[in-house]
Design a protein around this ligand. Structure first.
Ligand code: SF4
Length: 364
């Protein structure tokens, strides 16, 4: 089982109001980030010799990086060889995509772009999400990515205040009409610490849809995309033609991955650790010869079992039945169509996936 490599690019031109990923708009720190990354790579080069099956440049906004930044970054990443038939993904914001960049990404070896279109409806894009790009920017970026033959994944956010099922279905139709072979669609759930979360709590922006409508939109997502050949293989992820995101599957299958950069997470098969969520503190620790851990933990056998249940309930392939004790509750979940026994697996239905976290608490 070959590991995955994740690199966190923590820079964005500005903070989106619903976002709680670690990102900053101090682009003048990019040179410091590149230098510290080289140090961090030096720490791990011997213990993680590779080859790596996947590379994922996530963020933040990796598409903000210039060609020169990427050249420097890839000199550092030479320490981590990729396997034959690797998957290499770069996350991109539509407003950053240019023909020159897309061609260069391909030259570097990227074969997949995850494009944050977020919505094809200007009302949600500008009002609810307050994004920098327009729908026209997204369409242009889609054309540029597909014209050079890179595999395309489209990222969406849905369940906006006032969004109807018909409106959401129309967006999904537009997504399916592109060459994208992968779609990620997430319910808008701003954490209370974000600007949107605070505005919602203060009642100064319209309320999000209630549970019933959100569930309807969630189930509709799978049905509308299935009609265009997409399979829901994870709660929020859909692929056609077998174009599953191999990198993200490593997280859900509990396979090893190494994360570089501030706030990046890693897993070596036994231990998990995360880096501090601050470019400066991360760089200072590396400069002082220390690994910049926020935490490091070794899971007990029982914690591993709980994790396997939680992750299995998110995946259409399901979880191994021996992870769960036979009980009346389990029989009821099967009878009510949340789970289906198939061979030695329990597979969640779409409505089971919708309740994945709740089911995990009941079954663990
Ligand atoms: S571009 Fe993405 S990572 Fe950056 S602030 Fe917006 S949502 Fe967060």
């Amino acid at each position: 089982m070959l590991p995955g490599l994740y690199v966190h690019v923590p820079f964005c031109s500005r903070k989106c109001p619903y976002c709680d990923f670690y990102s900053i708009s101090a682009l003048d720190l990019i040179p410091l980030w590149l230098k510290a990354l080289e140090k961090e790579a030096g720490f791990y080069a011997k213990s993680w010799p590779g080859p790596f099956e996947t590379l994922y440049l996530g963020g933040g906004s990796p598409s903000l990086l210039t060609i020169n930044d990427l050249k420097t970054l890839f000199e550092t990443l030479e320490k981590f060889p990729l396997a034959e038939n690797f998957e290499a993904t770069i996350e991109a914001n539509p407003e950053d995509v240019t023909e020159e960049k897309v061609k260069f990404w391909k030259t570097l070896g990227f074969n997949r772009v995850s494009l944050g279109v977020q919505s094809f409806n200007p009302q949600w894009l500008n009002a609810s999400l307050s994004r920098n790009h327009t729908v026209a920017d997204s369409k242009k970026a889609i054309d540029m990515v597909t014209s050079v033959g890179l595999s395309l994944s489209l990222d969406f956010i849905f369940a906006h205040p006032g969004q109807s099922p018909q409106e959401w279905a129309a967006e999904l139709d537009q997504a399916a009409a592109t060459w994208a072979d992968h779609v990620s669609a997430y319910v808008l759930t701003p954490s209370p610490s974000t600007a949107l979360g605070r505005a919602l709590a203060a009642g100064i922006v319209p309320r999000l849809p209630g549970e019933e409508l959100t569930s309807e939109l969630f189930l509709l997502t799978g049905e509308a995309l299935a009609m265009r050949g997409f399979e829901r293989y994870e709660v929020s992820n859909f692929a056609r033609g077998g174009a599953f995101c191999r990198h993200n599957l490593k997280y859900w299958h509990r396979e090893p991955y190494l994360g570089l950069g501030p706030s990046a997470h890693s897993f070596d098969g036994q231990r998990r650790w995360a880096n501090v969520s601050s470019v400066k503190r991360w760089a200072v620790a590396l400069e002082a010869g220390r690994l910049p851990y926020e935490f490091i933990e070794e899971l007990s056998p029982d914690q591993v079992r709980v994790e396997e249940i939680m992750l299995g309930l998110r995946l259409s392939e399901g979880l191994s039945r021996d992870l769960v004790k036979e009980s009346e509750t389990l029989s009821d979940l099967i009878k009510d169509g949340f789970l289906t026994p198939v061979g030695d697996k329990l597979k969640p239905s779409p409505k089971g996936m919708l309740m994945a976290d709740g089911l995990a608490k009941i079954l663990a």
